[in-house]
Design a protein around this ligand. Structure first.
Ligand SMILES: Nc1ncnc2c1ncn2[C@@H]1O[C@H](COP(=O)(O)OP(=O)(O)OP(=O)(O)O)[C@@H](O)[C@H]1O
Ligand SMILES: O=C(O)C1=C[C@@H](O)[C@@H](O)[C@H](O)C1
Ligand SMILES: [Mg+2]
Length: 168
């Protein structure tokens, strides 16, 4: 089975998409993001999938995207922030190099405040993120082979640490 060089997991705002692209550039390998795969398959943004078909439909599409990417992709792979909620996805991650990009509440709030298109965070992002971080932390820790803290650090600093960490 071909394997991604590295799979990034973590909460919304952890920087999976940002750091994932930098890490792929550093290695000269392709970057893939299951959120983008789902949007390409659906032909519309995730926010519209949530509105039109609902979260369970999005989660089923996400699980199919995770399975396909883990089987096919040989570069750096970022998963959607909620991908670890599904036991099927957690099982598929076994045997892969999985990096948990951790983020605390205040950094996550300020980072997601910069962007749009996160349907779970449309209403009261701070309270929702607090819940998501508490709910998911044990799941991220369960699937991770490595953990890297991102608070107060630039994407470039985090990428440099990852390159060192993954050398071994
Ligand atoms: N270490 C960092 N320091 C400051 N800002 C950051 C950092 N990492 C990412 N950002 C910014 O935070 C926002 C969210 O980053 P990004 O989209 O990479 O997160 P994500 O983990 O992919 O989130 P999601 O789960 O929603 O896809 C972006 O505007 C990005 O530029
Ligand atoms: O944390 C989540 O549950 C999500 C994070 C995003 O990456 C997207 O996968 C979607 O907006 C759901
Ligand atoms: Mg992302």
């Amino acid at each position: 089975m071909s394997k991604p060089l590295c799979v990034l997991v973590g909460a919304p705002g952890a920087g999976k998409s940002t750091v994932g692209q930098l890490l792929a550039q550093a290695y000269g390998v392709p970057f893939r993001d299951t959120d983008a795969d789902v949007e390409a398959t659906a032909g519309k943004p995730i926010s519209e999938i949530f509105i039109d078909e609902g979260e369970p439909h999005f989660r089923a599409m996400e699980t199919a995207a995770v399975a396909a990417a883990l089987a096919e992709h040989e570069g750096v792979l970022a998963l959607g922030g909620g991908a670890v909620l599904a036991e099927d996805n957690r099982a598929l991650l076994a045997g892969h190099t999985v990096v948990y990009l951790s983020v605390d509440l205040s950094d996550a709030v300020s980072r997601v405040g910069l962007g749009q298109g996160r349907p779970l965070l449309n209403f009261n992002p701070r309270a929702t993120l607090r819940f998501l971080l508490d709910q998911r932390r044990p799941l991220y820790e369960q699937v991770a082979t490595h953990t890297v803290g991102t608070d107060g650090r630039t994407p470039e600093e985090i990428t440099a640490e990852l390159v060192e960490l993954l050398k071994g």
